[in-house]
Ligand binder design. Structure first.
Ligand code: SAH
Ligand code: SF4
Ligand code: F3S
Length: 432
């Protein structure tokens, strides 16, 4: 009988990609995926610790499986990923019904560990090798049908003062180009139409060629649409801008986190650029790729953020006019420098600032989307919407979500849609 794996993935795309790789490895020892935790023989929780809210969700999930394990003692429960790396044995101390904890450097060992637990029950904790070599030739069990991720580098060396990621993901390591090309070719052969090259800082790629060279080389493999994330402003070279402008499949979209609009805060965040420098960069990108869509990440409530600092973020957002922004409340991560900075901002103030920032950005997003009404956009069809099977969803090259009335289109098709209506987070239209 086949063994069943219930996989829960939290956090960023990197975790999604890691989960697909672990599912691939567990497939080799007989596990197939299930949505239903009740029939699972193995539950794997792939975790995130970037903010306290992410950790709270994971603790909630771990707690949920306590009752299930009592009913079914043979169930194996594993916690992997960034929070596993950060907490290690603490997780088992807090929740002894967890069987194993593997850090980010141990994800390729998951099948070996599960097999040993099938034979003999004990607690396993391993958070070693956080900056270890990237295992070659892992065959991921890909979740999507149209779009998929290919990691090109792991880790982060930037040490932004608020961020836990460099501590739980280790130093920057790049995969070899040949391995990346082989994986992209396989994904294309499996029918994927869109590939996103992934890394904490994709544009600091250093696998023997520049990121711009890698992007162009992958583009030449013939993928329909090619994306990449996340880029750090400090490494966004002219060569990369040219590769986007000249690329065929390379989509006109850059996710370029700015984090803040105040130079004083940017300096204390260790972001190594000023607001002015970022603005110049945006001008350069827009001059080379006029229809580029720009998205960003912003943090409110960093320690010592004054009303004036916050006003600088609002001014900045109004000046750049991002297509969309992910906005976060600063979360104090122990072990990071900013956690010990004086003048931590009051919770109520943080929440108020977030609301104001979201209102400002939402108005800009709506205005940007409204400018597309009446225009035709190329949409990569994803499939039926969750709520109505007559409505299909897809994305533009600029990565905007589009809803349209379904005719004969199938997932993976490229169609032109005339935009009839714009909302803050999506466009609606009809195939033309
Ligand atoms: N490597 C990527 C992604 C990092 S995590 C990058 O540099 O952009 C994604 C986002 O989470 C970051 O861009 C940042 O905006 C946010 N983030 C990271 N640490 C945080 C913290 N302690 N509190 C709130 N937001 C945080
Ligand atoms: Fe975190 Fe900064 Fe690295 Fe991004 S670049 S993962 S925000 S330390
Ligand atoms: Fe979270 Fe780890 Fe990604 S901390 S944001 S899952 S790299």
């Amino acid at each position: 009988m086949k063994k069943k794996l219930k996989l829960l993935t939290y956090g960023c795309q990197m975790n999604v990609a890691d989960s697909e790789r672990m599912a691939g490895l567990l497939g080799q020892i007989g596990y197939t995926l299930t949505d239903d935790a009740d029939e699972a023989d193995l539950v794997l929780i792939n975790t995130c610790c970037v903010r306290a809210t992410a950790e709270d969700k994971v603790f909630g999930q771990i707690g949920r499986f306590k009752a299930l394990k009592r009913l079914k003692p043979s169930l194996i429960l594993g916690v992997v990923g960034c929070m596993a790396q950060k907490e290690g044995a603490n997780l088992i101390k807090r929740a002894p019904h967890v069987d194993f904890v593997l850090g980010t450097g141990q994800s390729s060992e998951v099948a070996r560990v599960v097999r040993s637990l099938e034979l003999e029950r004990r607690h396993v904790v391993d958070t070693s090798n956080v900056s270890g070599e990237i295992p070659a030739e892992v065959f991921p069990l890909r979740g999507g049908r149209v779009s998929t991720f290919v990691p090109i580098m792991y880790g982060c060396d930037n040490f932004c003062t608020y961020c836990i990621v460099p501590h739980v993901r280790g130093r920057e390591r790049s995969r070899k180009p040949e391995e990346i090309f082989a994986e992209v070719r396989r994904a294309i052969a499996e029918g994927f139409k869109e590939i996103t090259l992934l890394g904490q800082n994709v544009n600091s790629y250093a696998g023997g060629m520049t990121f711009a060279e890698l992007l162009s080389a992958v583009d030449n493999l013939g993928v329909e649409r090619l994306r990449f994330m996340t880029s750090h402003p400090k490494d966004l070279s002219d060569e990369l801008i040219a590769a986007i402008a000249d690329g065929r499949g390379v989509c006109e979209h850059i996710h370029l986190p700015v984090q803040h609009g105040s130079d004083d805060i940017l300096r204390r965040m260790n972001r190594v650029y000023t607001a002015e420098k970022y603005l110049r960069l945006v001008e350069k990108i827009r001059a080379a790729v006029p229809n580029i869509s720009l998205t960003t990440d912003l943090i409110v409530g960093f320690p010592g953020e004054t009303d004036d600092d916050f006003a600088a973020t609002l001014d900045f957002v109004r000046a750049v006019k991002f297509d969309a922004a992910f906005t976060f409340i600063y979360s104090r991560r122990s072990g990071t420098p900013a956690a010990t900075f004086p003048n931590q901002v009051d919770d109520a103030v943080k929440h108020r600032r977030l609301e104001i920032l979201m209102d400002v950005q939402n108005e800009i997003s709506l205005a940007k989307n409204s400018a597309l009404v009446g225009k035709a956009v190329e949409v990569l069809v994803e499939g039926a919407s969750k709520t109505d099977e007559k409505i299909f969803t897809g994305r533009t090259r600029s990565n905007k979500l589009v809803l349209f009335a379904h005719g004969t289109e199938r997932a993976g098709d490229l169609v032109n849609v005339r935009v009839e209506q714009a909302q803050t987070f999506l466009l609606k239209g009809d195939v033309c």
